[in-house]
Design a protein around this ligand. Structure first.
Ligand code: G3P
Length: 217
């Protein structure tokens, strides 16, 4: 992932699903082309193929499993996600948590396949553990701020700073990021970008929301 970056997580929001996911992806692509700024889309795994064919932006999975080819059922293995167009993946989002062992395994599997790993953490302790696995990125997201209007850089600047100082891995900031000021603050503290969902996907004017977030990126 080129940084600084705006990572938009479409989650399973209605406005980030089906044909609306395509529309949003196209809006983001247009803005990225116009501004030259970096936008990454983390989409539902079932949308990876379609969206990677429709837009040139990096498409990330929202989840990947660590299994290999073989007798496994209901797993999204990294090989298949990559084949279908994912260049990276979220791991351990707070809405999709996995064990620490699983995080380590998954990061390793992503590295083998040159898939960018972006591991979400909710504390300094967790960030320190994950850092030893050498992921490409860590995203610090306090779960209680997700979906709200108070950004992590405003509510917990000291914890964000602590996370950034405690690890060698580049850190992204997420949860409650809604404005250009939130982004500015996150970058000033040392973030390499922001991970955003509701501020873009649920916005009445999604393109304006993206443009606004990119102002200080
Ligand atoms: O993955 C990003 C997400 O959890 C943050 O959500 O809605 O607070 O931007 P939101």
């Amino acid at each position: 992932m080129r940084t600084p970056s705006l990572v938009v997580n479409l989650k399973t929001y209605r406005k980030g699903s089906k044909e609306k996911a395509v529309k949003l992806a196209k809006k983001c692509e247009k803005i990225a082309n116009k501004t030259g700024k970096n936008i990454v889309l983390a989409v539902q795994n079932t949308d990876i193929f379609r969206l990677s064919k429709k837009v040139s932006l990096p498409i990330y999975a929202q989840h990947v499993d660590s299994e290999r080819f073989g007798s496994n059922t209901g797993k999204d293995i990294p090989e298949t996600l990559k084949y279908n167009g994912a260049s990276g993946t979220l791991i351990n989002h707070s809405e999709d948590q996995v064990t620490i062992e699983k995080i380590e395994k998954t990061v390793k599997r992503c590295r083998e396949l040159s898939i960018t790993s972006l591991v979400c953490v909710d504390s300094v302790e967790m960030a320190k553990k994950v850092d030893t696995f050498n992921p490409d990125f860590i995203a610090y997201e306090p779960p209680e701020l997700i979906g709200g209007n108070i950004s992590v850089s405003e509510a917990k600047p000291e914890v964000l700073k602590e996370v950034i100082e405690a690890v060698d891995t580049p850190v992204l900031t997420g949860a409650g990021v809604k404005t250009d000021k939130d982004v500015k603050k996150a970058l000033e503290i040392g973030s390499k970008g922001v991970l955003v969902a509701s501020g873009v996907v649920k916005a009445d004017k999604q393109d304006e929301a993206v443009e606004n977030l990119l102002k200080n990126l």
